[in-house]
Structures are given as C-alpha cells and as structure tokens.
Design a protein around this ligand. Sequence first.
Ligand code: ZN
Length: 425
Amino acid sequence: MPLDRTEVPIRPVGTGQAQSASSETAREINRDIVLEAIRSRQPVARVDLTRLTGLQPSTVSAIVDQLVQENWIVEGGTAKRARGRRPTLLSMNGDLLTLAVDIHPERAVLAVVDLNGRFLAQHSITIPADVERATAEIISSLKHLRGQFDSHSFEGIGVSIPGRVDPATQQLMVAPNLGWAPFDLHSEIRTALGLTVQIENDCNACLVAELWSGRLTGVRDAVLVAVAEGVGTAILTNGQMVLGHRGLAGEFGHVTLQPTGPACNCGRRGCWEVFASSRAALRHYAESSPERSATSMNRLLSLAATDDPAAVEALQHQAQGIGRGLRMVISALAPEIVLFAGELTGAWQHVEPVLRRELSMPPHSGYQPQLLVTRDPGNARLRGAAALVLQRHSRFHASTQRVSHRQPAVLPVWHQAKTPLVLQS
Ligand SMILES: [Zn+2]
C-alpha cells in the first residue's frame, strides 16, 4: 500500500510557547487539554477551566458541551463561592467503562477499567495456542465481564498483544511468540461485543499508558522496554511515538547479537530476546541448578526474594542480556529515559545495578539515560490496553482513527506542553 505523505501534516512544535498547527489538530489538542484539566482537578468548576487551560471561554464551553454529549464527563453539584452564582462542577463519568485485554502466549488477562484508570474487575484465563479458539475464549470472558457491569456503558475494548499491529488495518503483522496463523482478531471481537476495538503492540500500549498518566510530561525522547516471554520496545522520539511502516518499528528484540546463539521463536538464532527475555533467566537457572526447578518467572522471582543465590544470579544474567541489547537501542535513539515493564521489575534491586554497569561501558561512558520502572509494572500492559481506549481524545488515537485507510509514518506530536494552540492563518 503506497504511503500518503500528505496525511502527516503536523510539524514538530516547541514547548511553553504558542504553537501552530492545522485547525483540526488544534481542536483535538484543545479537547485533550480540557479533558486533562478535568481529569486531574475533578470535580472542577466549568468557569475555572478557562484559567486552568488558558483557552478562550467560548472554546472551553464548546469542548465541555461536546464531552458531556459524548458521555465522557458529567455535570453535578455546585462549587461554594463567597459571592455570585455558584458554578457547576464537572467530573469524569464514572459510569462509562472500558474493557482491557492483555494477551500473552497461553494466557490472557482481562479487566474492566473506568475513565479514571481504576480497575474495577480483573481476571486471568488460559488460552489455547490456536488463534481461533483463543479468540473464542477471550470473547466469552469479555462477555462475562461486561455482564457483571450491565448497568454501565462501555466505551470500547483495548487489546495489547505481543506482536506488531498495522495501525491502519488493525491486523497483526508479526507475533513470533504467539505463533498465530493469520486471523482477523479485530473484527471477531468487535462483531461479538459490538464495541470499538483498538489493538496495539504491548510495548506501545504501555508507552501510551505512561504518556496518558502524565508520567512523561516534558520528556521528548524515551524508550520503553517490555520484558516477558519476549523483549519489545516502544519509541518516543522528539515527542512522537514511532510506529514505522505498517506498525513494524521497535522490533529490536529480534536483532541478532550472536549468530550461533540459542534458537529464537522467530526462526533465527541469537536474537537479543533469547538473552534478555524471561526464558533466558529460566534457562540459566535450569543449567546452574539442575537439581531444582523454576518453571515460571514468578517462581524465580519468589526464590530471588529469599536471596536464593542461583535465582539472583539467573536474574542478573538476564539483566546483563538486556543491557547488551540496550546498548544498541541507546546508540540508535539516545533516549533521555528508559522505562522498563514486565515481571523482572519485581527484582529491580538485582537488575538495575547490572544494567547500569553494562551501560557505563564505552561509548556510553559519559551519558546514561535515566532507568525507570513503569507505573504499576505488574499491570503495565493491561493498563496500556485500557489506555488505548482512554486516550480517545488524544492525538495518538485521533491520528490512528482518522487515517483508517492510510498509513502514517509516525504518530503526530504528543501534546505535552499543555499550552493552547494558535490556529494557522
Ligand atoms: Zn528472534
């Protein structure tokens, strides 16, 4: 499919100053600013939004009316004022919910999440290796979860998946750790539940959640590394999330570090992820302690928590593997921050020193990005799945929806400055 370059009209913008953009972009950003002000200050008086956002009263009023109409915010109660009319208060609509699905090989975690990002219900299921049967299980569980909240409305379903997803078609492009045959997961779930569905790579979903939560406000260059059965990355460069052609960017996990290394699920040998994923730690533990067993990462982490030397060494071995590949990522992208998601963050005290040591070697001796763990790391992917729906009013979402038949090279600038836009004349 040929790229339509005209679909990337947004120029990089600076922060802390009036910015120029198309009128459509400006509307989206201003809506995002108003929603963010309500979300962070709720309950907030309508009249105070003008001061909080720096937008014109008429602009705020139009956006608030639209958000009320869309059921995203509700009016209720009045604020106390020393004199004058008591203003109406606005809050996020707690009755509007989303369904979130985080897919792993052989299991999926599902949740009901409200517009404030609160988890109202959550449970895990095992799923068959076959994609059609796995999808049927997921759909059945989603219907069951929705049934528990039948007095509520649902905005949509967010799905995070260990693979790369074409943002235009929502089709899975690659997913070596799932080994699924081609299948229209998006249409199946959408048709069965009758809700909009947003599928995204698990790492990208985690990064959206961090952006949505405001964790990366002011940061323009970051990399998120999700470590589980595989290793994936999500990229924020110059304030833009990079998806690449057909959503395929970020597959550093399958760059070869050692051509004679262990076999990888992608069919090659010695990829970064065979040295850095949870399978690397479990393999190392099995080799160093053949008389003992740790069949899951949770078991290995429990052993490390009791200072089991072999378990700690296995995690440090994995951390070394992560560091080796991360040097390549850092060389390519020079992020200010590297965020980590996944089970391994549960043993961060054992992992971080090894990573720092790996990254202190030349040529990175004089520069090290901040190494941080994602918020709520155990649920980061699930939170990311919810964020795919929750950030409906962000330009991340707007861009992927608007160009449903086209292919953006990069997502537009994520608005971080929280300053109003000036329309291009
Ligand atoms: Zn590979």
